[in-house]
Design a protein around this ligand. Structure first.
Ligand code: BGC
Length: 248
């Protein structure tokens, strides 16, 4: 079975039909740049461009980089325009897509759901935490394979700052940090999350998962196992489609 997945990120809106049996993209994905300001209207246009490109007419799962409740309502918007807050994104995006059935899920939750089923978290019991490092830091918490949604661990306080402002992938680029310097910040962040949840496994996702060899070896002294995501930057698209399939 195929369902369409779209991942709305701080820098790009990416999407493709997803093969749900394989947990992989069924066709090469299309990416358009996230508009700035990233308002509901401009982002919906970007989502439409991606979905229309494939001539898709079935259900669509869409990630959003903020708290999303009930598969629909946006509650926070740290890295996109604040006018998203309290919108019914399911209705807004569904209307823009000409009435296609739409499900919306937090981006990190979607990535985590995909990794738990098809990637680095497969068959893992106990507490598993997926962290995505990109424009912000996203988190997905699983207990015996069950998602606890909208955990927002990227906004924990780290040395007096919002953690994602210090340790996201964007922070590394903005402050021109070496991989080693950035990895020390990530280490401090993981130590803090470990103190709170004592997970068995951390899965490191986002664009940096492709570059794990540049920084993972600098992260020492964490008791949990730490592995890069296997679906890499497609996890959000796959997880969004999985969620939409559940509701279709
Ligand atoms: C948002 C999260 C999101 C993460 C990654 C954070 O700023 O609050 O909801 O998962 O960025 O995009």
């Amino acid at each position: 079975m195929q369902i369409f997945g779209v991942d709305i990120g701080g820098s790009g809106i990416k999407g493709a039909p997803v093969d749900l049996d394989r947990g992989d993209l069924a066709q090469e994905r299309l990416k358009v740049l996230t508009p700035h300001p990233a308002t509901p209207g401009t982002v919906a246009d970007g989502v439409k461009e991606v979905v229309d490109h494939f001539g898709w007419t079935g259900p669509v799962g869409i990630t959003f980089p903020g708290v999303v409740t009930g598969g629909a309502t946006v509650r926070t918007a740290a890295n996109v325009d604040k006018s998203w807050i309290d919108t019914d994104a399911r209705v807004l995006l569904g209307e823009r897509l000409g009435g296609l059935p739409v499900t919306v899920i937090n981006d990190a939750d979607a990535a985590g759901v995909a990794e738990m089923q098809f990637g680095a978290g497969r068959d893992r019991q106990g507490t598993v935490i997926m962290l995505t490092f990109g424009t912000g830091i996203g988190s997905a918490l699983f207990v015996d394979g069950v998602l606890v949604p909208n955990t927002e661990l990227g906004h924990l306080e780290l040395h007096g700052h919002d953690a994602e402002k210090r340790a996201s992938s964007k922070a590394r680029e903005d402050h021109d940090l070496s991989w080693e310097h950035w990895a020390h910040r990530v280490r401090a962040y993981l130590a803090h999350v470990e103190m709170l949840f004592s997970p068995e496994l951390f899965i490191i996702g986002g664009g940096v998962s492709r570059k794990a060899s540049k920084f993972l070896h600098y992260i020492e002294g964490i008791k949990a196992e730490i592995v890069p995501a296997q679906l890499q930057n497609n996890a959000g698209i796959v997880g969004a489609a999985m969620r939409a399939a559940k509701e279709a």
